[in-house]
Design a protein around this ligand. Structure first.
Ligand code: HEM
Length: 442
């Protein structure tokens, strides 16, 4: 796995760009010696580095102290960018599309980006909703929003419960399991694929789930490019099938939408939806489970007046949000932001996690979980489309509650400080979550 671990991030089709893929790059830690070519002056900080990935809040604190709310940083291969750390600066960037837009083709660094740059899957332009702007974005995002609005939340909860029951039955007799593999990643992937209209069971659905997993999070010996090819083929077939016989699912609603998207547009956007849903939702479940299992304010048995699963899920969005940083936006023209001169074509990384803990909004240094004014789903035109956070909440809540109901004495099988975070500055989640519990008779 590379330091930046691009295969692990939901963002922009991940390994879905067949021309992209993790290439060799200099892994570096600590402040770069050179000045920042973006124009931010000396002291631009390299964002890669395992030590930061274990304690990102310290990185954000020191960046804020040294550079203020908009910090010059170096991405993989020392490519310069700005990290927007301030809550109000981030809100400004995401709600001013006329200044900070999504089409990465305006980047002023393309001349120095090799084709195998590890972050290429997130910045390489694709004709999907993610990179469109203005009216075209409204058209594409409108279709996705309406298709997701058609999802019945009670039915989704019921489907998630059934998926959870099946997954739990697979390991509950053994008294221990590694939850990331056996449960946390599997549940939202299944749920989203079913939501898009794939059959509930059968080899065909399982193959798609497996190929999506490889595309999003390739392991040793996997071939993500081949898997991505198969994902595209299967979704193309799904679109054809739903054109012929629409049903009560997301794909059918996209196909029959009056905006008249082409099959290829729908395939692109389905891939964006599935990828955008799976990784952040899985890591939301992961980080909430970690909190419930390690923090004594949360009882594993949620009765008895302790803090609830809902509070754990909300607290995680403030303090351990899945999508920590997101690439990004590209400046449309020269402008000012947080006291910095931003040049046309500069790349801005959305520092969602840093903004959530900005001392400007938490002057007492206490970060509360009582409200949902965090920026974990971003903000503005390109924010996570309105119904998606609600659907993610249904999936995450059902996943956590069903697990705790089946295995009420669930506990960590290692010491809390033995848990390690995936080495990614983009997506926050654990590498493994080993647990033990009283075996359930099958
Ligand atoms: C059902 C689950 C989900 C679905 C279907 C979904 C779907 C999407 C889609 C389609 C986009 C692209 C929007 C656009 O460019 O116009 C997006 C963006 C995004 N989503 Fe989600 N998402 C889900 C869950 C989540 C979760 C759990 C999180 C984090 C807690 C999250 C955070 C984000 C962020 C940060 C963006 C980027 C917004 C930006 O560019 O400003 N999403 N999501």
């Amino acid at each position: 796995m590379t330091t930046s671990d691009p295969s692990y991030d939901f963002a922009v089709g991940t390994s879905f760009d067949p021309n992209a893929g993790p290439g060799a790059h200099a892994a570096a830690t600590g402040p770069a010696a050179s000045g920042c070519p973006v124009g931010g002056g000396a002291g631009a900080v390299r964002l890669a580095g395992a030590s930061y990935q274990q304690t990102p809040t310290e990185l954000y604190r020191s960046l804020r102290r040294e550079h203020g709310p908009v910090a010059p940083v170096l991405l993989d291969g020392d490519v310069p960018a700005w990290l927007v750390l301030g809550y109000s600066e981030l809100s400004y960037v995401t709600t001013h599309d006329e200044l900070f837009a999504r089409d990465s083709r305006r980047w002023n660094q393309w001349d120095s980006i090799p084709p195998d740059w590890p972050l290429m899957p997130f910045v390489g332009y694709q004709p999907s909703v993610l990179f469109t702007e203005g009216d075209e974005h409204r058209r594409r995002a409108g279709v996705i929003t309406e298709a997701l609005e058609g999802v019945d939340q009670f039915e989704l909860a019921r489907d998630c419960r059934r998926i959870a029951d099946r997954l739990i039955a697979g390991f509950s007799g053994s008294g221990r399991t590694e939850l990331m593999h056996s449960y946390v990643h599997a549940l939202p992937m299944r749920a989203v694929v079913q939501m898009c209209g794939m059959p509930v069971s059968g080899e065909d659905t399982q193959r798609l789930v497996d190929d999506l997993r490889i595309s999003l999070d390739a392991g040793e010996g996997d071939d993500p490019v081949a898997a991505y090819g198969r994902v595209g083929d299967r979704l193309r077939q799904l679109v054809t099938d739903k054109r012929a016989a629409p049903g009560p699912d997301v794909t059918s609603r996209m196909v029959t939408h009056e905006a008249g998207l082409t099959d290829e547009e729908i395939v692109q956007d389905l891939i964006s939806v599935i990828a955008a849903a799976q990784q952040p939702t899985a890591n939301w479940i992961c980080n909430a489970l970690r909190l419930l299992l390690t923090d004594e304010r949360f009882a594993v048995n949620v009765s008895g007046g302790r803090l609830s699963v809902g509070e754990a899920l909300n607290e995680v969005l403030w303090l351990d949000t899945p999508t920590q940083n997101f690439i990004g936006r590209w400046a449309v023209r020269d402008t000012q932001l947080g006291g910095r001169h931003i040049r046309a074509g500069d790349c801005l990384v959305l520092g969602l996690a840093a903004a959530n803990t900005d001392p400007e909004i938490w002057p007492e240094s206490y970060v509360g979980a009582e409200n949902s004014a965090h920026l974990s789903f971003s903000s503005g035109e390109h924010r996570c489309p309105y119904p998606a956070p609600l659907l993610a909440d249904v999936m995450a809540r059902t996943a956590v509650e069903t697990l705790l109901e089946h295995l009420p004495d669930l506990m960590l099988a290692v010491e809390p400080d033995e848990l390690s975070w995936r080495p990614s500055i983009w997506m926050r989640g654990l590498s493994e979550l080993p647990v033990q519990f009283s075996p359930v008779a099958q």
